[in-house]
Design a protein around this ligand. Structure first.
Ligand code: GLA
Length: 404
């Protein structure tokens, strides 16, 4: 009797093993970090260029600063599927095939990402995934893909939520942990439904390397850093570990001034945004490198609490953004949006910070914090003293506050 009981338990455990094996791992517990081809190269990508970029990713210190993913955006495939309906890596661009390239990325200690689109064609006119979701997902898994960016062009009347759920299920069915990056530009409010579907979801249209004004491109407008920033204000409660609002990739090193790049990077870190660099890593200036690899600033983005920052104060072009951090610490970013310098004189003791979403309650008359200026890389006193600083135009002062 005892033996039969033991046997049935054993059989039951064996039968349920695949169920346990299928539990998806907890992906993207902090915002994904990486590099993507689009912002600099658009569809003009090929293996020699990209192998050089992989090498530069390592030699520039990006990988060691925490960037993990190497993502090919639009333009990696041929214009048609093959006779079996499979996508084909363009043999002129990738003569050794995509698996070989993915292996190269992996051999350097990074993860590999790729792009497609929920519609019939990608935004640049290559074959889209509509109707081929499971087939494409299996192909990606066979290549060793770790991350899929999934766009929203040529989707006609497709239901966004359903289309993204279908692809999400197809990726999960491969059994390979693949981060799923939803890119439907915030049109269907993915922050309301994409948790559990993917790990990051674009909240706006495309960024460009401009700080203040959007750029009119005829049929659409590319968005500035400040415009995208303003669009994040009411959606922070929907982001957290494993599900991030994505205000689009970084334009650091792509043409804005040093101050603007520094502000852009700081603000994306305050937003707990995915940090996908998009500059030419082979030709980074020292200033660009200093921005992208500042570990203390990256740590604000990657903080384990996963709280998105909020605009605490705004007056006459000067803003204060606050991001609650783990251990009761805080990041505070003074942003000067205006085109002239501004003086800050800030009395911590006169302003308590409260945030219902992260359950933060800070009264500086009760608790003193030490200040660390993360760009100047120096201590900046404590919250017992009035904080005074001059901020140049389109720049920030970024402080980390730790309990004394
Ligand atoms: C859309 C996306 C961009 C990029 C291009 C590629 O515009 O939003 O990030 O992927 O498509 O064609």
């Amino acid at each position: 009797m005892k033996k039969t009981w033991f046997l049935s338990v054993l059989l039951l455990l064996m039968a349920s093993a695949p169920l346990f094996a299928q539990k998806p791992p907890d992906l993207a517990q902090t915002p994904p970090m990486g590099w993507n081809t689009w912002n600099t190269f658009q569809v003009n990508i090929d293996e020699p260029l990209l192998k050089g970029m992989v090498d530069a990713y390592v030699s520039s210190g990006m990988r060691d600063a925490g960037y993990t993913y190497f993502v090919l955006d639009d333009g990696w495939m041929t214009m048609e599927r093959d006779n079996n309906g499979s996508l084909v890596a363009d043999p002129k661009k990738f003569p050794n095939g995509m698996k070989e390239f993915a292996d190269y990325v992996h051999s350097k200690g990074m993860k590999f990402g790729i792009y497609n689109c929920a519609g019939t064609k990608t935004c640049a006119g290559y074959p889209g995934t509509r109707g081929y979701e499971y087939q494409d997902a299996r192909l990606y898994a066979s290549w060793g893909v770790d991350y899929l960016k999934y766009d929203w062009c040529n989707t006609d009347s497709l239901n966004a939520r359903e289309a993204y759920i279908t692809m999400s299920s197809a990726l999960k069915a491969t059994g390979r942990p693949i981060v799923f990056s939803l890119c439907e530009w915030g049109n269907h409010h993915p922050w309301l439904w994409a948790k559990g579907v993917g790990q990051l979801y674009r909240t706006t249209g495309d960024i460009y390397a401009g700080f203040v004004d959007n750029k009119n491109l005829g049929t659409w407008s590319a968005l500035s850093v400040l415009n995208i920033l303003d669009k994040q204000v009411n959606i922070r409660q929907y982001a957290g570990p494993g599900h991030w609002n994505d205000p689009d990739m970084l334009e650091v090193g792509n043409g804005m001034t040093f101050n603007e790049d520094k502000a852009h990077f700081s603000l994306w870190c305050m937003l707990a945004a995915p940090l996908m660099a998009g500059n030419d890593l082979r030709k980074m200036s020292e200033q660009t490198k200093d921005i992208l690899t500042n570990k203390d600033v990256i740590a604000i983005d990657q903080d384990a609490l996963g709280a998105e920052g909020f605009r605490y104060y705004s007056f006459d072009g000067l803003e204060i953004w606050v991001k609650p951090l783990s251990n009761g610490d805080l990041a505070v970013c003074f942003l000067n949006r205006s085109s002239h310098y501004q003086n800050i004189t800030y009395d911590w003791m006169a302003h308590a910070i409260q945030d219902k979403i992260s359950n933060t309650n800070v009264d500086f008359t009760q608790t003193t914090y030490k200040l660390r200026d993360l760009w100047a890389k120096k201590d900046a006193g404590t919250t017992r003293k009035v904080f005074k600083e001059v901020i140049p135009a389109h720049d920030v002062v970024l402080l980390k506050l730790s309990k004394e």
